[in-house]
Each structure stands twice: as C-alpha cells, then as structure tokens.
Design a protein around this ligand. Structure first.
Ligand SMILES: Nc1nc2c(ncn2[C@@H]2O[C@H](COP(=O)(O)OP(=O)(O)O)[C@@H](O)[C@H]2O)c(=O)[nH]1
Ligand SMILES: Nc1ncnc2c1ncn2[C@@H]1O[C@H](COP(=O)(O)OP(=O)(O)O)[C@@H](O)[C@H]1O
Length: 383
C-alpha cells in the first residue's frame, strides 16, 4: 500500500539524550518535541499536575498550567507524539472507550491560552470513539414564553434521545430548582475565573446575572450518545453560531406581549421588580430573535400542544422513535502489557503477540481542548 514504515515509540525514547536519568516506565513517560521534553505522569515531588517540561536550551524544569479534564488516574500508560501539537496517551489496563487521551501543547487553543496565562500551558482532552450524535438544538426566547415547558415535554417523551445542557448561572435558585439538574449555581468570581480559563463555550449577562454553557455540559450529553438541547438567550445563541458547534437554532415567540406578561406572572417565580426587568428585556429579545436571521426556525407558542408538535417536526422526531436504542460501538479490553506504533494517521495498539491488535484511526479527528477530541475510530483485527 506504500505506507510509511511504522514509527516505534519505544525507539524514539531510547534515542534521546537529555542529560537526566529519565527512565520511561509505565508511570512516567517522556516525549521529545524540539528542545522540550514533556514528562507525563510522575508521582514524586511537588508535581501535582503530573506534567512537567524540561527545556533543553535553558536546562530548566517548568511546571505548566494544566487545563481541561484530566484522566482520573494515569497508572500505566503509553504515549506517542502527533503532529508536534499534541501527544496521544493510551491508558493501559482500561476499556477502549475510556483509554484514549490527548495532551495538547501547541494547538490553536493552547497558543491562545499561553498569551492569556503568560506561562507554559498544556491541556487534556478525552478522546471519544465512534460516530457523533445528531446536531444539538439551541432554543431561545423571552422569559416566560414556554422554553422550559417545551424542553421538559421533549425530554419526557424521548428520555434516551435528548439530554439537557445544564448551564452555569450566578442567579439564585428558584424554590424547585436543583443544583446540577436545572443549573449549576455558582458565584460570580468562580464563574469569571472559569470563563478566563476557557471552560465555557459561551456566556452572557442576562437580566443582571451571568449565564453560560460550559464545554463539559455539552460534552457529557454527547458522551451519553444523546442529542443536546441548550436553553440560552439570543446573545448566547449568537456565540454558539460563531463556535464550532453545528446546532439547529429555534426561537420561541409568545402570541402577544400581554400573554407573555400573564404567563410570567402566573408562574410566580419572580418578584415584581424581576418581572419588570424581564419584560423590558423581552422587547429587545423579540426584535433580535425575529429579525436577526440568526434562527433557523421561529415558533409561536400559542397552544402548547400545537407548538410542541411543530418543534418535533423541526427535529424530525415522532412518537414511534421514543424507544429508539442508542448504538454504541464495541468495547475492547486493553491490557497492562501494550505497545504503540504509528503508521501515518493510524495507531497500532499491540496487545501481546498472541492477542488481537487494535487500530485507532485518527484520520477524521476533530475537536479537542477545552472539549473532547472526536471523530476517532477503533477496531480490532488478528486472532
Ligand atoms: N447565554 C446563555 N443564556 C442562558 C443560559 N442558560 C440560561 N440562559 C438564558 O437566561 C435567561 C434567563 O433564564 P432563567 O433565569 O432560567 O429564566 P427564564 O427565562 O424565565 O426561564 C433565559 O433567556 C435563558 O435562555 C446559558 O448558559 N447561556
Ligand atoms: N402555550 C402555553 N399556554 C399557556 N401557558 C403556557 C404555555 N407555555 C408555557 N406556559 C406556562 O408559562 C409559564 C412560563 O413557561 P416556562 O416554560 O417556564 O417559560 P421559559 O422557560 O421560557 O421562561 C409556565 O407557568 C408554563 O406552564
């Protein structure tokens, strides 16, 4: 087939000389990138992040700022450098659906973060095997129009198909709202810090509070094989439109302004002052929602059942689909004893001579820190 010869990672390790007695083993591995040596793992010393970088030019160790969601433990792993901007890490003694991780050290995201932090920065990104699910749905509309009601109906009828993106907010919880279910309720300072460190896909100040969708909120829904629903305001919808998330945008209008006010009052969850603020903002939101060209579909929520039916039509779901099963790709066991070799955009995971070999195909890889790395395929062959 004319493929390039396999690059054996272990040969690369043996061939570098750093002046240090860095012995690669299952717990601590090293990857050379130009004049830097990235050491991953490591249990000794003050290396809390488990990542340290040796700069061969200055002869100094640097502890980088580590972003993203880390693997829970890295007791036994093997790694290989990909395209000089990220390192692939395979966790040993794990399942194929949780073994693939990437440590990014020179992707666009990292370059942006380095400017912000003015330090060395690396970021973890979990690899997700298999097909991505259908396009997420962004639902916007003024307060009290019925967004929550429509979303609840959808999730109740199709519990395995749709998952709600749980936003963060600095507003106080309403009586029946649960932390982690309706919102992640948080403090202004904490949320600002998380925004700065790139954890949010979008955020906006709405009715005097901060609201935002974390990258993680969308990823956990996709990881569960479900289609993600986002209930966000028009500013947030605009940010999502500009992001890499390819969503369907739906704007919900009331039949009249009077009806909107009636619903907001009847819900009884806001003070008079808050109702007034929401009504004032509703005017601008309705104008932007209807005229901006941002939304793919505009629904009028007059009769709730009729509106719900229209929403289902837009999403292409029907009653017969509510028992639809989620297709998951086959899960393999990866032993403690494995080695990696790289052939173009494929990684061969050798599981011992008598065992099946596993191929990790990276040719359709997309995404990455601060979210998951997707578009990965894994299959076994051999005995
Ligand atoms: N941009 C953005 N807006 C959000 C997010 N979560 C909720 N919102 C919007 O914030 C507004 C206020 O939400 P909430 O306080 O729950 O009141 P409600 O609109 O009356 O349900 C609504 O327009 C929501 O769509 C988010 O993560 N990002
Ligand atoms: N089509 C409708 N007709 C009458 N009342 C509605 C309709 N849709 C929603 N409601 C009611 O209006 C109130 C606001 O709806 P909600 O879903 O909380 O709005 P939002 O999430 O957009 O703020 C709720 O009390 C809900 O039961």
């Amino acid at each position: 087939m004319g493929e390039a010869p396999a690059l054996f990672v272990d040969d690369v390790r043996k061939s570098f000389s750093n002046g240090f007695d860095l012995k690669d083993n299952d717990l601590e591995t090293s990857v050379v990138v130009g004049h830097k040596i990235y050491v991953i793992g490591g249990t000794d010393g003050p290396v809390l992040s488990g990542i340290r970088i040796f700069n061969k030019l200055t002869g100094e160790w640097v502890i980088p700022t580590v972003l993203g969601t880390k693997p829970e433990s890295l007791k036994g792993h093997s790694c290989v450098l990909l395209n000089k901007d990220r390192i692939l890490i395979i966790k040993k003694n794990s399942k194929s659906n949780e073994c693939v991780w990437f440590l990014e050290m020179d992707t666009q995201f990292i370059q942006d973060q380095k400017k912000k932090f003015e330090t060395e920065v690396v970021a973890w990104s979990k690899g997700v095997i298999g097909n991505t699910v259908e396009r997420p749905i962004v639902i916007s509309g003024p307060s009290g129009v019925g967004k929550g009601t429509l979303i609840n109906m959808l999730m109740k009828e199709f519990p395995t198909m749709f998952g709600f993106s749980v936003s963060h907010t600095t507003r106080a919880p309403r009586e029946k709202e649960q932390n982690g279910v309706h919102y992640h309720f948080t403090k202004h300072s904490v949320m600002e810090e998380d925004i700065r460190s790139g954890k949010f896909l979008e955020f906006a100040a709405v009715h005097g509070n901060l609201y935002g969708t974390s990258v993680e909120a969308v990823d956990v829904v996709s990881d569960a094989g479900m289609r993600c629903i986002l209930d966000i305001d028009v500013q947030g919808a605009r940010s999502v439109r500009a992001s890499s998330l390819e969503a369907i945008f739906v704007f919900v209008c009331p039949p009249s302004f009077e009806e909107l006010e009636k619903r907001l009052r009847a819900r009884g969850t806001e003070t008079e002052e808050q109702i007034q603020k929401r009504l004032r903002n509703a005017k601008a939101e309705l104008e932007q929602g209807k005229s901006s060209g941002l939304f793919d579909h505009i629904l009028v929520n007059d009769d709730i059942d009729a509106c719900y039916k229209q929403l289902k039509n837009i999403l292409g779901v029907s009653e017969s689909m509510n028992a639809a099963s989620i297709t998951t790709s086959k899960v393999f066991d990866l032993p403690l004893d494995l080695s990696l070799s790289k052939i173009n955009e494929k990684i061969l995971i050798n599981r011992g001579p008598a065992e099946q070999k596993v191929v990790l195909d990276l040719s359709s890889m997309k995404g990455g820190a601060p979210g998951r790395t997707r578009g990965l395929y894994m299959y076994a062959f051999g005995q």
